[in-house]
Design a protein around this ligand. Sequence first.
Ligand code: GUN
Length: 295
Amino acid sequence: MTIEGMETKIIDGKRIAAEVREEVRLRVEKLRAKGVEPGLCVILVGDDPASQVYVRNKDRAATKAGFQVETVRLPADVGQEELEQVIFERNANPSVHGILVQLPLPPGLDPEPLLRALDPRKDVDGLGPANVAALWRGQDGMQPCTPAGCIELLERSGVTIEGRRAVIVGRSPLVGKPLAALLLNRNATVTICHSRTQDLARVTREADILVAAVGRAEMVRGSWIKPGACVLDVGINRGEDGRLRGDVAFAEAREIASKITPVPGGVGPMTIAMLLSNTARAAANLGGLDPDSLD
Ligand code: GUN
């Protein structure tokens, strides 16, 4: 129990992600029945240990949901043009419906030309310029997986977005910025904070929905949270003891928030679930089917 009569609810991202993955698996079955064999290509460059784990998990989850998965592993010294060529080949391959380049890339490689090279219809991470533009215009497109997962968690946990004050700490192109657009498109009043924000705690205390996406372990304290707020923790920080910690001081925050995501088991599992969801959608679109007809 926290403030009187109110119990903090832990948002179970593992359970919700499993729900989404199961829904996608059923959609994949329907796609197959209609003659579309959905395929995903995951591109991993270099040997960053965290990226290797993420890519292995993406491959496994996609395979389990019924997708044909090709994981392309390339050495860190691959040339920029060779990498672009890999993308052009998958753009042209009709059995590939989704393509993603795991980020960050090793030093010396520029992600921007690769994101531009992706066929926007196959850009299942939603990071290319056409999808970014569509997102900010409030048009249909592929939505970045982690922010889309945050929205899914809010909606499936019964959190009202419309009219609420949302504060995002972190302005990355992968999470903070696209999440701001998604919340704005759902009629939240959105503030993005960052390393130069003055009096950060005063701003975060205004949030009905507070999102921490900075990559600094336990930076958001309980005293930064408005009583009853919903808190999403996007941080995944590995401490010296090997334990994963979020960007939110969980033990403090759960005493104040009405709903909160844990780390691990909160936002993290949603990224892959939304990737699968995007890929099924891309496969339907490219196969000439209405994605909404699969539900
Ligand atoms: N690196 C960390 N998260 C992500 C993600 O969602 N997509 C890609 N491509 N790279 C990432």
